[in-house]
Design a protein around this ligand. Structure first.
Ligand SMILES: *[C@@H]1O[C@H](CO)[C@@H](O)[C@H](O)[C@H]1NC(C)=O
Ligand SMILES: *[C@@H]1O[C@H](CO)[C@@H](O)[C@H](O)[C@H]1NC(C)=O
Ligand SMILES: *[C@@H]1O[C@H](CO)[C@@H](O)[C@H](O)[C@H]1NC(C)=O
Length: 449
């Protein structure tokens, strides 16, 4: 009996201490953050159930939160041709403000998303389709309207300075001292120079802001959210067939970002990104004093394997194999051997504050919330030299990943293009040239007869 009372007392006191501890520091500890991108508001979105099961304290939108622009169908022939060398109209056109508003309304009233919003703080940035136009940059004339619509969707207060600045970049702090997480969300659209210029992605005002954010008060973890991939440069292996958007397309801007992080001596930084319609985890070891990770989750509904008929899904794996990146984290627990994931997915970040050293687990999870590919990052691994707090043991001794995709031998780098041109040649031979030869023979025979 007395032991029972004693125990009850002890537990009550402990409970009070915990509550006081949380209140004294003001902020609850944040240990679960989810993120995602590329959600078609007109598609079913069963993935919210998986996200709700993960029970995130914060959810981050990384862009293409709606498909705001209007997509015309692929048309090779006819009056309006959207594909081929004789294409005469763009594949995507901007929608009106009312249409965009309607699409946001649809996205926001989705039952699963509504449920998530009740329990979870939602923040976010945009990519091209919610900015208003596929692959658009600073030249897009509807950007101020789009900014207002996105910030309405995210319930940004009416007097927020974010409504007055040029672009939707923002930063957030979570957690009490000693367990702080900073989230920096970039705007890769509002100030972006045209593709193929190697110009700027962020623009001067956002660069100045980012510098202040990175040099500002230290935090244990700093997550930088970019709609487009920061580290993986898929275009190096998909070109010259087609090009994807990424920081790699703006090499000078990308180096500037890496140098800024390095010079700030900020520890615990990693990237999250979206856009590409598949999930992957990549790492680059030669940008700063420690490895830089980029965890890509894309999309919540849009995924490469859904874009083609089921029996051809293996083609996605084949293309993944044909477009190697030097940066991908290949790990035995990946669902697929390529460690990319081409079905709908979301990103799940879990910080184990109790572990020694504190560990961040980042996963790409499927619609059911099961892991497709993941990485465990001890925070001791994300420390600049000299500030390493006594922890010299790395969890896994990894091969340094320092070579860029463009440094791959040309026979490897262009194998997708080679295969494509080879297949096209075979096709051309069998469909165009072979019938000619064959008909000549038949014709010739007829003559003789
Ligand atoms: C979104 O889904 C709708 C309904 O399935 C479809 O008609 C539309 O083409 C999709 N949009 C995109 C951008 O995939
Ligand atoms: C868009 O907003 C920015 C500042 O937020 C302002 O400087 C600019 O003039 C606006 N552009 C248009 C076309 O209204
Ligand atoms: C990424 O690939 C593109 C296309 O090949 C190339 O122009 C660019 O320099 C690459 N960027 C980096 C950082 O390697």
């Amino acid at each position: 009996m007395t032991t029972m009372v004693l125990w009850t007392w002890l537990i009550t006191i402990l409970h009070v201490l915990v509550v006081v501890g949380v209140c004294a520091s003001g902020e609850p500890v944040v240990s679960r953050i989810a993120f995602g991108s590329c959600a078609n508001q007109s598609s079913p979105q069963p993935i919210w159930n998986g996200i709700i099961d993960f029970d995130p304290q914060v959810f981050i939108w990384l862009g293409d939160n709606i498909y705001g622009d209007v997509k015309r169908p692929f048309k090779l022939f006819g009056r309006e041709r959207t594909i081929g060398p004789w294409k005469n109209v763009p594949r995507f056109v901007p929608a009106s403000e009312t249409e965009m508003q309607f699409k946001y309304k649809k996205a926001k009233s989705n039952a699963g998303y509504s449920l998530l919003r009740k329990k979870t703080q939602v923040i976010g940035t945009w990519d091209d389709h919610d900015y208003g136009l596929n692959d658009a940059g600073k030249e897009f004339s509807g950007k101020n309207i789009s900014q207002r619509l996105l910030l309405d969707f995210l319930d940004e207060p009416h007097d927020s300075p974010r409504r007055k600045q040029a672009g939707v970049y923002a930063s957030y702090m979570f957690g009490p001292k000693g367990k702080e997480i900073k989230v920096i969300l970039l705007d890769t659209r509002y100030h972006r120079d045209p593709l193929f210029t190697d110009g700027s992605i962020l623009g001067d005002s956002q660069w100045a802001w980012l510098k202040k954010e990175l040099y500002g008060p230290r935090t244990e973890v700093t997550i930088i959210g970019s709609s487009i991939q920061v580290i993986s440069n898929l275009s190096a292996t998909t070109g010259p067939l087609f090009y994807m958007e990424s920081w790699g397309r703006f090499p000078r801007e990308r180096n500037r970002l890496f140098q800024l992080i390095a010079k700030s001596k900020r520890d615990g930084v990693f990237f999250i990104s979206g856009d590409v319609h598949f999930g992957e985890i990549v790492r680059y070891d030669c940008a700063t004093g420690y490895p830089l990770y980029d965890i890509t989750s894309s999309g919540l509904t849009q995924a490469v394997e859904n874009a083609i008929p089921r029996p051809l899904a293996f083609l996605v794996e084949l293309v993944a194999w044909l477009t190697p990146t030097t940066m991908r984290v290949i790990e035995p627990r990946c669902r697929y051997r390529s460690c990319t994931y081409g079905q709908p997915n979301f990103g799940a970040i879990e910080v184990d504050w109790g572990a020694m050293p504190v560990t961040v687990k980042v996963e790409v999870r499927d619609v059911n919330g099961d892991s497709a590919t993941s990485v465990n990052i001890p925070l001791s691994e994300l420390q600049n030299e000299g500030t390493n707090h006594g922890s010299t043991v790395k969890s896994v001794e990894l091969q340094k990943q320092c070579s860029l995709e463009i440094d791959l031998p040309w026979i490897v780098r262009y194998r997708l293009a080679f295969l494509f041109f080879f297949a096209s040649a075979v096709f051309l031979l069998s469909v165009v040239i072979a019938p000619i030869i064959l008909s000549r023979r038949v014709f010739g025979k007829c003559k003789f007869d």
